[in-house]
Design a protein around this ligand. Structure first.
Ligand code: SAM
Ligand code: SF4
Length: 315
């Protein structure tokens, strides 16, 4: 579907839960606030939204959260959504710590790929940033994803000055050994997460001496690589070089709101349309919401960060 600014909108990110087994400091700066089970969309409601989106031309879907793997029965949800004709890609973003026992089932259910968020390779730092997480569980999850064929393995690293900027080269070195995509992402001021530690993508790039640009600008990442390396390095700059002009996505929160821009407080409640039994009414509501999608965000121009914490949006 084409929005009011001529962009093709064909990518829906679906938060399946606000809950998480970790407590990352930049994602939950104020800790975790539970929205309650009764307000979380059922699998059947999520399936209806996806079917409506497919009719509007959406082809790419991603399950996220919170941590999608803590939602009970998530493998069944993957199976339900992957079976819908028109769902070309069904991916997931996960912290990886619960993936070890689930990767093979997820692959079998129809998951295309998984992005794993990992901001450090050091156990003590991992514990600090996640407020108590075990890095070994995340590493076993990455190995399980690779073994299950949820590939290419893609690691998302939020680069933060004074926290993990001294590990940029360690992460990048992984691409010399393995066909991994390592993607460095700018810290975003969301909820109470401030700008302290923000490291613009061009500074991350400056550390990666010897890498060459790849002629492969897929989605929002600019890719570079060491000559001859099997893996690639992505630089994602949502703040310093906002990619709003090419934005093709909208988000569905776990309590049934559509967010047409990550950095806007505006949310559209899908529950009234979901209560209506007509699929036509649901499609119409979704189409009207997309036509109200914002042109761009103004975070780099000093706009105040939005109120909803990242774990309650879906990243
Ligand atoms: N729990 C899953 C995970 O961590 O991958 C999925 C949800 S998490 C909210 C999705 C992504 O958002 C993660 O890669 C996380 O690092 C990122 N994220 C959370 N808060 C952020 C912030 N303030 N700035 C940039 N990325 C953030
Ligand atoms: Fe959980 Fe992901 Fe947020 Fe970390 S970034 S607290 S793993 S939802």
């Amino acid at each position: 579907m084409i929005d009011s600014f001529g962009r093709t909108i064909d990518y829906l990110r679906i938060s399946v839960t606000d809950r998480c087994n970790l407590r990352c400091v930049y994602c939950m700066p104020d800790g975790f606030e539970d929205i309650g089970h009764d307000r979380v969309l059922s699998f059947e409601q999520i399936e209806r939204v996806v079917r409506a989106a497919v009719v509007l031309g959406f082809r790419k879907f991603r399950l996220t959260g919170g941590e999608p793997l803590v939602r009970r029965g998530v493998v069944r949800l993957v199976e339900m959504l992957a079976a819908i004709p028109g769902v070309d890609e069904l991916n997931m973003t996960s912290n990886g710590t619960l993936l070890e026992g689930m990767a093979a089932q997820l692959k079998k259910a129809g998951l295309t790929r998984v992005n794993i968020s990992l901001d450090t390779l050091r156990a003590d730092r991992f514990r600090e940033i996640t407020r108590g997480g075990d890095i070994e569980a995340a590493k076993r999850g990455i190995a399980a994803a690779e073994a299950a064929g949820l590939s290419p393995v893609r690691l998302n690293v939020v680069a933060m000055r004074g926290f993990n900027d001294d590990e940029i080269l360690d992460f990048a070195a992984m691409t010399k050994e393995k066909p991994y995509d390592i993607r460095f992402i700018e810290l975003m001021p969301i909820g109470k997460t401030g700008r302290s530690g923000f490291m613009p993508a061009h500074e991350i790039r400056a550390v990666l001496k010897g890498c060459e640009p790849l002629d492969d600008r897929r989605g929002v990442a600019e890719y570079i690589a060491y000559p001859g390396a099997p893996g690639r390095i992505g630089l994602i700059s949502p703040i310093s070089a906002h990619f709003c002009g090419g934005c093709n996505k909208i988000r569905l929160t776990s309590d049934g709101r559509i967010k047409t821009c990550l950095h806007s407080n505006s949310e559209e409640d899908m529950l009234p349309a979901l209560r209506d039994r007509s699929d036509e009414a649901l499609r119409r509501a979704l189409g009207e919401i997309i036509l109200r999608k914002e042109e761009r965000h103004f975070i780099a121009d000093g706009m105040a960060p939005i109120e909803r914490g990242m774990y309650r949006i879906g990243g």
